[in-house]
Design a protein around this ligand. Structure first.
Ligand SMILES: Cc1ncc(COP(=O)(O)O)c(C=O)c1O
Length: 404
């Protein structure tokens, strides 16, 4: 009996023979059915993207995806920017890149310099990714009750993570104030990214607006989005409204035909700001405030102040969206379209359906899939957490009756 090396050689030869026979059989079968070995598919139409130039070539220029289920159910074309396909996994890559690019162009930041930010969200990850690409150091301050996996991911990306007590923004130890102070401690070589007030955020999203305009060839009726810093809705709305030739007739302003709509989660004051001019959230009424800072399961959207970025947004209308609607929408998109999205993306799709109902059939509505569900495994996509919150998705089927 052959043993050791010989046995291994015989096994490999046998495996090779089986694989070859398999291939020959497949070829014979295709030949008998009259199918050639391969046919060029519609993807061979020359529309591939160009070569991306390094890491930064992998930020922006995201696909605009038609969401089949929502389009079919509403009678509108519901399109979404697939921002989870940016290299750092979220829409915030665009902001991080623009903030760093502008600071370097102005000489405020050099390779080896420090980038600081106070954030528990995706911006930290995006800054860590861009900092690594530009040879900078990155330090992120975050509240110590933020999900541990966020800190782990940041550390894996080479960022220095400071976890601080969650305190009010007026307190010097608030994570945003810590980040600002740390940048000030290295004058001339450190940058406080300051995503809420830094208008590089708004400028980054002028490009998002431009991409939407080109991808739809200017054929869209509405843009819908939630707002956190307000950078996305401000940049996209400004670009779209500046391009729409229907906005101006001669020098006279006519009806604005691309409508920009905000979708606002529980606890946020922006809905009332848009609808009534007053920055107020119902949850702020005395005795009603819950434990969570924005009374919502969604992350990244909802705010109770007007940031410099949001102040540039051109918003025509607003909807409220509930946590239940967002959770149901995320489950709906996964089951009907195979799209696994984060909480703000789900809320944006709720907004898109409300916009479709408000505008009527036949309209094209664009929104943003800010990030993927992978970033939300400990809360928004965690069945136990959802059960504790009484938010287990219940809707089944293809209708959209869960959107109020
Ligand atoms: C995941 C996610 N979605 C949406 C937003 C909101 O976008 P913007 O800050 O441009 O309003 C943020 C902002 O932090 C976010 O992190």
């Amino acid at each position: 009996m052959p043993v050791g090396k010989d046995a291994l050689l015989i096994a490999l030869a046998a495996a090779g023979l089986i694989s070859l026979t398999n291939q020959v059989l497949q070829l014979l079968l295709r030949w008998r059915r009259g199918n050639p070995l391969f046919v060029l598919q519609p993807w061979d139409d020359g529309s591939c993207r160009a070569i991306a130039d390094g890491l930064e070539g992998l930020i922006g220029d995201t696909p605009l995806v038609r969401i089949r289920s929502l389009s079919e159910q509403t009678g509108c074309e519901i399109l979404a920017k697939a921002e989870m396909l940016n290299i750092g996994g979220s829409v915030k890559d665009r902001v991080a890149l623009e903030v760093v690019r502008e600071a370097m162009a102005e000489g405020c930041l050099k390779p080896g310099g420090l980038i600081t930010e106070g954030t528990a969200g995706s911006t930290g990850v995006s800054l860590a990714v861009v900092a690594a690409g530009r040879g900078c150091r990155c330090r992120i301050s975050m509240p110590d009750d933020a999900a541990a996996e966020k800190a782990e991911l940041l550390r894996a990306l080479g960022a220095d993570v400071r976890r601080v007590r969650p305190v009010s923004i007026t307190h010097p130890e608030h994570f945003v104030n810590v980040a600002r102070r740390e940048a000030l401690a290295e004058p001339g070589s450190a940058l406080f990214a300051n995503q809420f007030e830094n208008l590089a955020n708004f400028r980054a999203h002028l490009r998002t607006g431009c991409e939407i305009w080109r991808q739809t060839r200017g054929r869209l009726h509405a843009f819908v989005s939630g707002a956190g810093t307000g950078g996305t809705i401000a940049g996209v709305s400004s670009y779209l409204k500046s391009q729409d030739p229907r906005i101006k007739v001669g020098d006279v302003r006519a009806t604005v035909l691309i409508v920009v709509m905000l979708v606002d989660p529980p606890g946020s004051s922006l809905f009332n700001k848009v609808k009534r001019g007053v920055l107020y959230a119902r949850e702020e009424a005395e005795g009603k405030r819950l434990r969570n800072p924005f009374d919502t399961i969604t992350e990244g959207i909802g705010i109770n102040r007007i940031t410099a970025n949001f102040s540039l947004a051109k918003v025509d209308d607003a909807f409220k969206g509930s946590d239940r609607e967002a959770v149901e929408m995320a489950a709906y998109l996964l089951h009907n379209d195979g799209l696994f999205v984060g909480s703000s993306a789900a809320m944006n799709c709720v907004g898109a359906v409300k916009a479709a109902r408000a505008l009527g059939k036949g309209h094209t509505i664009v929104t943003v899939l800010c990030d993927g569900g992978q970033r939300h495994l400990s809360k928004f996509h965690n069945p136990e957490y959802l059960a504790q919150q009484g938010l287990v998705p219940q809707h089944t089927g293809r209708d959209l009756s869960f959107v109020e």
